[in-house]
Write a protein that binds this ligand. Structure first.
Ligand SMILES: NC(=O)c1ccc[n+]([C@@H]2O[C@H](COP(=O)([O-])OP(=O)(O)OC[C@H]3O[C@@H](n4cnc5c(N)ncnc54)[C@H](O)[C@@H]3O)[C@@H](O)[C@H]2O)c1
Length: 315
């Protein structure tokens, strides 16, 4: 997530890394221009990424120059970019769960069945040494959601996964990619609830990329992305009592590659920056740390073939 400083009424942004994701942030900020935002700095050593960002800046009529002034400010607010929380169907399911409609959450199952990893600058995402591995780099989002739904912290993690289909015929500097393309991960939480991730990255033949199911002692809720459908019902009312709704958010001005969630994330960030007397970020550093720690434990579990306590990786 970018850092921003509210020096005057304008909130000034610096973006470090203007590849695919950094450019999504740039476009979101362009759509937020009427909210009083300005991009004053970018930093990226990759000339094609710089050129693409500058093309965007020119088309938006922004000055761009690299400045370093924000780095040492004590008043900088840090918000971690776990934007799946803001996807309209996910946000709706969070509202349903936090509203107590399902009772005490016992199980959170997240299925991500999607296309393979995209090609990135210098192919950094093909190797565990650069990204921390698939379960860290992209699945931290799902571990964050599990923890949020469970309302608890992880205790231990067990995973099974492999690279079975993708990237086997690719070679970079003489090396074949080592990132896994499918896995099952089980996470146990300190309040007795559990989460499960079912990840497959050679599943283009899927209607939805993410299917999230949360079951409490009273009821069950589900969210489907990108269909943007949410369902919830109770044990008492059974199948006939299940509600189905379409989750939408008309504040979204740019869908990007994440169904408008990074736009909503920016709105949330701006409101935290502008809050009088300070406001905690919606997603803080501890949230980011634990979501990544679960991913690290899952990668380690695959390597070692055993449960990995979270304390082991936090140490
Ligand atoms: N939150 C999300 O949903 C989401 C989605 C995609 C990517 N990401 C994350 O965003 C990050 C970037 O991913 P991407 O898809 O934009 O990759 P990318 O390869 O398209 O872009 C990365 C950019 O960072 C630049 N870079 C590398 N080292 C740098 C440095 N030291 N200083 C400044 N710039 C540097 C590269 O030159 C490149 O232009 C990754 O950490 C990735 O995991 C998050």
């Amino acid at each position: 997530m970018a850092a921003a400083v509210a020096i005057s009424s304008t909130v000034k942004y610096g973006i470090i890394g203007v590849g695919m994701m950094g450019r999504e942030h740039l476009i979101n900020l362009h759509h937020l221009r009427t909210e009083g935002v300005a991009v004053v700095a970018i930093a990226d050593p990759h000339v094609p990424s710089q050129d693409l960002a500058l093309q965007l800046a020119q088309s938006f009529n922004w000055p761009l120059k690299v400045v370093n002034a924000a780095r040492k400010r004590q008043d900088i607010l840090v918000q971690v970019g776990l934007e799946y929380r803001y996807m309209p169907p996910v946000a709706k399911l969070i509202e349903i769960v936090k509203g107590g409609n399902l009772g005490q959450v016992k199980m959170v199952a997240i299925r991500e069945h999607r296309f393979p990893f995209l090609v990135k600058v210098n192919n950094w995402n093909r190797f565990n040494v650069n990204s921390g591995g698939t379960l860290v780099e992209k699945c931290c989002h799902f571990f964050d959601l599990m923890r949020l739904f469970a309302g608890a912290n992880p205790v231990r993690v067990m995973a099974s996964g492999a690279i079975d289909v993708n990237h086997k015929d690719e070679i970079y500097d003489g090396k074949v990619p080592d990132i896994i393309d499918n896995a099952y991960v089980i996470v146990e939480f300190d309040n007795g609830s559990r989460g499960m991730l079912d990840l497959c990255m050679f599943a283009e033949g899927s209607k939805n990329e993410q299917e999230i199911s949360v079951v409490g002692h009273i009821g069950k809720g589900e969210a489907f992305v990108p269909e943007s459908i949410v369902r919830f019902g109770t044990r008492e009312k059974g199948r006939d009592g299940v509600h189905t709704l379409k989750a939408e958010d008309d504040r979204i001005k740019y869908d990007g590659l994440h169904h408008g969630s990074s736009y909503l994330e920016h709105l949330n960030f701006l409101s935290a920056v502008r809050a009088k007397g300070g406001q905690a970020p919606a997603v803080g550093l501890q949230d980011g740390l634990i979501s990544v720690a679960i991913g690290v434990a899952a990668q380690f579990s695959i390597e070692k073939g055993r449960f990995v306590p979270i304390a082991e990786v936090m140490d």
